[in-house]
Design a protein. Structure first.
Length: 296
């Protein structure tokens, strides 16, 4: 735990607070449990450290990355318990989806340590929704998007522009922050979405983010579609509505409503495609049968 504290202190010392993302002022930081979800690289970690540095007692606060090797041999609950017993008040856990069974252990922390605030972030939207069932009545959740053009102007050109509503924009009640904002807008479209555009080798960093995200979501989507294969009744070759209903009830509410609207015919095609991706030999044998021809 001492290594995590040392790493936290070092990161806090290096955190710049000259520019803070828009979401900071929209979050109810008094809530006992908060969850911040967003893509990799949009600034979630920086936002947490900035809030700690600007608003909290750093001696009663701790920040930890759930992907730290420390949690390969130590439970998150035990870590939180030790921190709580030593007077800890604010627990910040970054990239929580990297820790197995995170929602259950955070629920335990919430129930057993009533005087401690818990704030977590996650880059994997699918994993956050999948694991948030136990926390739905406890945690407030926020989504952090990439940089807006207004934030880009502040960060890159030190130009502060007010927030306008769509009605004000359509009524042309807008005061432009610069004589010629179009060139700056083109720059924003090229490299202004992620806050790390000011760092060296931006293109390489962006490619790394895209590579990690695309690999993860492709793997997650394939795993999700594989479950459709089990909707097929082995005797009739058709989608079993009972199996479909049983599966969808286990989904988070947003996905559950979406899957319920998927037509049965589409599920059959997904099942066939997933079978081919999972086991090409098995799928080829099934296609040759009369049963599979009925599905198609």
């Amino acid at each position: 735990m001492e290594e995590i504290i040392a790493l936290y202190k070092d990161m806090l010392h290096r955190t710049d607070t000259s520019f803070v993302r828009y979401l900071h002022d929209k979050i109810d930081w008094k809530a006992r449990m908060l969850g911040i979800v967003g893509a990799r690289g949009v600034g979630k970690t920086t936002l947490l450290l900035q809030h700690i540095k600007l608003r909290l007692d750093t001696e009663k606060t701790i920040y930890a990355d759930a992907g730290n090797i420390y949690f390969a041999e130590n439970r998150l609950f035990d870590f939180a318990q030790s921190f709580y017993k030593n007077g800890g008040k604010h627990l910040f856990i970054d990239e929580i989806h990297k820790y197995a069974d995170w929602s259950k252990e955070l629920k335990m922390c919430y129930d057993y340590f009533p005087d401690m605030q818990i704030i977590f972030t996650g880059s994997s939207v699918l994993d956050i929704y999948r694991g948030s069932d136990d926390l739905s009545r406890r945690a407030l959740s926020y989504f952090m998007a990439g940089m807006s053009f207004r934030e880009y102007l502040i960060m890159a050109h030190k130009i502060k522009a007010p927030v306008y509503s769509l009605k004000e924009i359509l009524a042309n009640k807008v005061s432009l922050p610069a004589d010629h904002p179009l060139p700056m807008y083109k720059q924003y479209l090229k490299k202004g979405y992620y806050p790390f555009f000011t760092e060296a080798q931006y293109e390489q960093r962006l490619q790394n983010v895209i590579r990690v995200c695309s690999h993860y979501y492709a793997h997650a989507l394939l795993g999700f579609l594989r479950k459709f294969w089990f909707f097929c009744d082995k005797d009739t070759g058709r989608i079993c509505e009972a199996k479909k209903a049983k599966f969808t009830k286990k989904l988070p509410q947003p996905l559950w409503g979406l899957v319920k609207t998927i037509p049965t015919a589409l599920l059959r095609l997904l099942s066939i495609g997933t079978a081919i991706a999972s086991s090409p030999r098995l799928a080829f044998g099934l296609v040759l049968t009369k049963r599979m021809r009925v599905i198609v």
